[in-house]
Ligand binder design. Structure first.
Ligand code: ATP
Ligand code: MG
Length: 582
């Protein structure tokens, strides 16, 4: 018997042009918001708008949930009398844990939404739901079935085959009530009986063939403890929880569309005062990403990632640790819009939106990932100068900072070539390069160790180039970032790439489990990286750009003296190319 929620279908055909995702368009069409507006104009629901975000606390929230959160809270916020509840849908005692409740609260708050006092648990309604069940029995609309799970499943029929009525379907109200109370009282073993709605076994709609309301489960619940040994089914608890809370618009994903008649049946027959309207929208799917809690859980439990908040995970905890900003996620949700058409959004659109946000807001700093020593022979030993460098190239309000410079600095290994290819603008033997905001240096000698590896470059600086400008206006094509060796912070830097090496890891056609499609290069750890000293003051979650390298954040694994950085995203944007293609 399908005791829980319907499984979503995972669309696998990439659709790089999700409805309305025009780059630059800030808000794509949102048919749910339009429907709510129509209802308001028509004077429905007494002019109220009440939505809810109903996570099941059995895992961490992911970016798909962010779409639902932005939609539900966003619609409520648009209306003067709008409210949005946070409701933990904790009807299943086996899987729900307090850890998840806490993480969900933290994630919704971080994303920028506040539910105030409006926090609820479906388990708070267990008494009420049970009372309604007794009432349905009294009204002749529910009965206790004593068939086995297998018999019930078979009796349900299929799309092609009608259902068969249970031999227990015509029990008297008194007998049903007595049995239900025994179920409730703990006298009956798991699986021996269920409570079913008495609707229509001949219905073309399989969901209407006497669906289950309650099953016996002698299990401990994270909030109600051992008070209950029968638990309501999702299809029963969800509409009634909505109605109890006075929800006007119950927004859910498309896999619930087929359940809408049942949703309405429960609300109507439970004689609820409020009649919420269920509206279904297409869930978010992303290329190179899996977005199902079950799969994410497998990634964590199978040790394929470091945890729910591994920066490669599409969980909000992972994205936050990676350096995603709530602003970027909200902008992304606005951009993809809300429709009824299933599709897959190109993850490059998410990355593009993130870059736009970080480019505008992240202050700049310098760090060297793969250091090469550069010694300036005509710079006095022990002499330190502090160069003033702008924190943001376009926004003077970010101010400047003083970056110390001394006789030995590090530059990026990639910024020097002993035998340069054609059109090489960076440093080479006998050539010059500008050290950003500091001065111009010339490479005079390449020092190597016994094995022939480059140890350091011996250079001289142009004493007229203080601040980085050439005194005679001669053309210096290359500019390197740098860090003074004696002032540098020694750091570990974690470079991330997309977790999966294929666009559609959930697709069966690969012929192997999606966990075999993980890209081993999705995490590269560099140690001995050198950072300018101002970065010691950065706190986790404060984004910054390392010039020419990308956007970074401090990871909680590090300390101010020995920081660990996560590269949030590189600077190169592939989205413009993709958008141009469509
Ligand atoms: P999953 O399918 O990942 O297990 P779920 O639907 O079981 O997620 P819930 O905790 O029940 O997880 O989801 C809470 C809300 O978030 C529901 O209203 C659900 O429809 C919505 N939601 C879940 N995944 C997505 C998604 N990918 N896109 C949009 N909304 C989603
Ligand atoms: Mg679900």
């Amino acid at each position: 018997m399908s005791d829980e929620r319907p499984a979503p279908s995972e669309a696998s055909e990439p659709d790089t042009a999700p409805s309305g995702s025009v780059p630059g368009a800030e808000r794509a069409p949102n048919f749910v918001a339009d429907l709510v507006d129509d209802d308001l104009r028509a004077g429905k629901h007494d002019g109220r708008v009440a939505t809810r975000f109903p996570p099941e606390p059995n895992g961490y929230l992911h970016i798909g949930h962010a779409k639902s959160i932005c939609l539900n809270f966003g619609i409520a916020a648009k209306s003067a009398k709008g409210t949005c509840n946070l409701r933990f849908d904790d009807t299943n005692p086996a899987t729900e844990e307090t850890e998840y409740v806490d993480s969900i609260r933290a994630d919704v708050r971080w994303l920028g939404f506040d539910w105030g006092e409006r926090e609820h648990f479906a388990s708070d309604y267990f008494d009420r739901l049970y009372a309604i069940a007794e009432q349905l029995v009294e009204d002749g609309l529910a009965y206790v079935d004593s068939q086995s799970t297998e018999e019930i499943r078979k009796g349900r029929g299929s799309f092609y085959e009608k259902g068969k009525e249970s031999p227990f379907r015509d029990r008297s109200v008194a007998e049903n009530l007595a049995l239900l109370r025994k179920m409730r009282g703990g006298e009956l073993p798991d699986g021996s009986h269920v409570l079913r709605a008495k609707i229509d076994m001949g219905s073309a709609d399989i969901n209407m063939r006497d669906p289950l309301l309650y099953r016996i489960k002698h299990a401990h619940h994270h909030r109600t403890g051992d008070r209950w040994c029968i638990y309501p089914m999702y299809d029963y608890a969800h509409p009634l929880s909505d109605a109890i809370e006075g929800i006007t618009h119950s927004i859910c994903t498309l896999e619930f569309e087929d359940h809408r008649p049942l949703y309405d049946w429960f609300v109507a027959n439970a004689r609820m005062e409020h009649r919420p309207r269920q509206i279904e929208f297409a869930r978010l799917n992303l290329t190179y990403t899996v977005l199902s809690k079950r799969r994410l859980q497998e990634l964590v439990e199978g040790g394929h990632v470091r945890g729910w908040d591994d920066p490669r995970m599409p969980t909000l905890a992972g994205l936050r640790r990676r350096g995603y900003t709530p602003e970027a996620l909200r902008a992304f949700c606005d951009r993809i819009g809300v429709s009824k058409k299933d599709g897959v959004v190109d993850v490059a659109l998410l990355e593009h939106t993130l870059r736009e946000d970080l480019n505008a807001r992240a202050p700049r700093a310098m760090g060297v990932l793969r250091p090469l020593r550069l010694v300036i022979d005509n710079w006095p030993e022990g002499h330190v100068e502090r160069f003033s460098i702008a924190n943001h190239p376009e926004d003077p309000s970010y101010g400047t900072r003083e970056v110390p410079f001394s006789r030995v600095v590090y530059i990026e290994r990639d910024d020097f070539a002993e035998v340069p290819p054609k059109k090489w603008f960076r440093l080479q033997p006998g050539g010059e390069i500008r050290l950003r905001g500091a001065c111009i240096v010339r490479c005079n000698e390449v020092v190597k160790d016994a094995a022939g590896a480059i140890v350091e470059l011996r250079c001289t600086w142009d004493e007229g180039s203080r601040g980085g400008a050439a005194p005679d206006n001669r053309r210096i094509k290359g500019t390197s970032h740098w860090v003074s060796a004696e002032h540098a912070l020694d750091a570990e830097v974690r470079l991330y790439d997309r977790l999966f090496s294929v666009e559609n890891p959930s697709d069966e056609k690969h012929g192997k489990p999606y966990t075999d499609l993980i890209d081993p290069a999705s995490l590269e750890v560099l140690t001995g990286c050198k950072l300018e000293p101002s970065l010691a003051a950065k706190k986790a979650g404060e984004p910054f750009q390392l010039e020419r390298l990308g956007y970074f954040v401090v990871d909680p694994d590090g300390t101010p003296e020995r920081p660990v950085l996560n590269r949030t995203i590189g600077l190169k944007d592939s989205y413009a190319k993709i958008a141009g293609k469509t």
